[in-house]
Design a protein around this ligand. Sequence first.
Ligand SMILES: [Fe+2]
Length: 134
Amino acid sequence: MPIAQWDDYLSVGHSKIDSQHERLFVCINKLQDSIEKEYFLGDLRVLLVDLYRYARYHFSEEESLMRSSGYPMLNEHISSHNDFLVSIDRFIVDERLDSMSLRVDVITFLVTWIMNHIPYVDQNFFMYLKSQEI
Ligand SMILES: [Fe+2]
């Protein structure tokens, strides 16, 4: 059972960004699956690197939309994205990633972050974007 479930309420009303968000959920669910199946450390790291790369690409897309629309909370939003990437980077190099307790911490962090970021922080920007289009 996937731990991070995509749901329509998470939609920001922008099809390209929604599909990128769905893909982030796919990455997180693959990681959860890898933990349940007790993957080797190297395989788990590969999945974390995939998530890191895809998140970085997705964040740059979101940030360019923010820049071009003059979003006033741009810097705060970039900080939130960067904090996420730094945390994943720390997990990737953490020697304790072989232990189940750190693996559980990884999943808890990812799910908590995404379930707080998309419906609040991202939604805030897309509401601003819509208000600019009127
Ligand atoms: Fe974001």
